[in-house]
Design a protein. Structure first.
Length: 539
């Protein structure tokens, strides 16, 4: 029954892998998983790290969840780290284009399924202990071979007593076994973390042995390295089956009882721990190799789900920030509208509410990020140097820190100004500069901030409702806008990027669209027209 169940599960898995390729994950990133992944980023924010503000602005948790069809925890962690660390050298993309193309090849679908089936045994999704193998083993509690050996010898001694006096022997045996059970659970709890690390090492080794022969493919070199690392872990497999008792193992119940009564796995743990500490470095590298392979398969599948995508052309760094895209879309939209952009000068976006300004800014920042991480851009064409990426968009006041929205906003902008002081191309996307203050000071201060970001090595893309900025920054910023059409009292958006500043307003029309009282709408429109004629507000 156990064999048949495992066979049915394996067949079901292969069907799922075959049918699921080219489909988006559809899962959400839970708060528990997010916290676990964030704890393992294990590097301070640096020049090439996407900071928390930009990550939240671009909704990268949602994007990670959509791309994440990884089969293992190692793959999930590799993908999460990858999205946080865009490369700054066009020749250092971590994912090989040859490998991605090979995994996407429909003629290699059966081989791809074999690879994914093997990766499914590398470690459970949502578990990332493999990333902390070395730390787990270094902190492991040492067990006494004498004490654990006594747990095996004493029951035998009690059986010997039974040959002389059956009653006393039975009482001694029951007492010894009860003591063994109590001590077993105490000891297992004290070494649970290191046991998990050893189990993860064994799973990684077993997964490696299950990979198909990849000789003559773009994965040949990767396979050779994986198998070499697996051979170095092979010493852990000798007699360690008791340490890796899988839930589907039909003999698990039997072995669990024997281990509780006689501490067989704890006796085995002592020499295995010693060998595991010697192989910790190889296990972490193996986890990274398998994670990269798993991530490559997820990216290949995500590519197949996109309506349009391209391999980016990452140009040499000549000190100038620029961006050329054709048919760019936002990858999280179900019915995206493509747009083109070709600029090496800063851009000021205007347009009415809900016309598409913020979405376009996010699409541009995401294009740069995906180009420098996954080597995949949701566009027909993409050309740009590697840039450091910052945004200031979806900000909120902080009740916990006691900061108003304006304080949060100026701190967010200050970090971009600081980044612009260091060499190297920078892409920054800003939505509604200084929206948290009054009109007079907002226009005065935001114009100076945008002028400070108008440097040849900084590509600043800013969206605003303040039409006055178009005149103040004319000749320095390229004016572009999104517009809408008013048909039969309804507002329709084209979401198409157009040259020049916006000349339209639609906030009052949107009130009417949402069935506001006609008197409110009428008076608001009349007040706006009076201001346009007289240049001042009247009651």
């Amino acid at each position: 029954l156990g064999y048949r169940t495992r066979k049915q599960e394996e067949d079901s898995l292969r069907r799922e892998l075959t049918e699921g390729f080219g489909k988006r994950s559809g899962e959400r990133l839970t708060e528990d998983k997010k916290q676990a992944l964030e704890a393992l980023l294990d590097e301070p924010e640096g020049l090439n790290t996407i900071d928390r503000i930009t990550w939240n602005d671009l909704e990268l948790d949602c994007l990670f969840a959509e791309i994440n069809t990884c089969r293992s925890g190692a793959g999930e962690l590799y993908l999460y780290r990858l999205l946080h660390r865009p490369v700054l050298d066009h020749g250092q993309l971590p994912l090989s284009e040859d490998v991605l193309a090979f995994l996407a090849d429909t003629e290699k679908a059966s081989l791809r399924t074999d690879i994914l089936a093997a990766l499914s045994h590398a470690g459970e999704r949502g578990r990332y202990e493999g990333a902390e193998i070395r730390a787990s083993l270094e902190d492991a509690a040492a067990l006494s071979p004498v004490r654990e050996g006594a747990s095996l010898v004493l029951p035998v001694a009690a059986l010997a007593v039974m040959t002389f006096h059956t009653g006393i022997g039975i009482l001694v045996l029951l007492a010894v076994l009860a003591f063994n059970i109590v001590q077993y659970f105490k000891t297992r709890n004290s070494i649970a973390r290191s046991l998990n690390a050893i189990a993860d090492m064994l799973r990684l080794s077993r997964c490696s042995s299950m990979l198909p022969d990849l000789t003559g493919t773009p994965l040949e070199a990767e396979e050779e390295r994986i198998r070499a690392l697996s051979r170095e872990l092979s010493s852990l497999g000798r007699g360690s089956q008791l340490l890796l008792r899988e839930p589907g193992d039909p003999f698990r119940a039997v072995t669990d009882y024997f281990c509780m009564l006689f501490h067989l796995d704890l006796l085995l743990y002592i020499p295995v721990l010693r060998r595991a500490r010697q192989c910790a470095g190889q296990a972490e590298e193996l986890s990274s190799c398998l994670g990269r392979l798993d991530t490559s398969a997820a990216v290949a599948s995500w590519r197949a789900s996109l309506p349009v995508w391209c391999v980016p052309n990452l140009t040499e760094d000549d000190g100038r920030a620029s961006l050329h895209t054709e048919g760019l879309i936002h990858p999280l939209l179900t019915s995206p509208v493509p747009n083109d952009l070709d600029t090496d000068s800063p851009v000021l976006l205007t347009g009415s509410n809900a016309s598409g300004k913020s979405t376009f800014l996010k699409a541009c920042a995401l294009a740069a990020l995906l180009a420098q991480t996954l080597g995949t851009v949701p566009a027909a064409a993409y050309r740009a140097p590697c840039m450091r990426i910052y945004s200031s968009m979806a900000l909120r006041d902080s009740l916990q820190d006691g900061d108003s929205y304006f304080i949060v906003e100026i701190r967010s902008l200050k970090r971009i100004l600081d980044a612009a002081q260091t060499p190297g191309p920078v892409l920054c996307c800003i939505d509604e500069v200084l929206r948290g203050t009054g009109t007079l000071e907002r226009i005065a201060a935001s114009s100076e901030i945008l002028l400070a970001l108008a440097d040849r090595h900084v590509l600043c893309m800013a969206a605003t409702h303040d039409g006055e900025l178009c005149g103040l920054l004319e000749g320095i910023y390229t004016n572009m806008h999104f517009s809408e059409d008013l048909t039969e009292g309804d507002v329709r958006f084209s979401y198409r990027l157009q040259p020049g500043p916006s000349r339209s307003r639609n906030a009052i029309r949107l009130l009417q669209r949402l069935s506001y009282d006609e008197e409110i709408v009428s008076r608001a429109e009349q007040r706006a027209q009076t201001f346009l004629k007289e240049g001042k507000w009247v009651r």
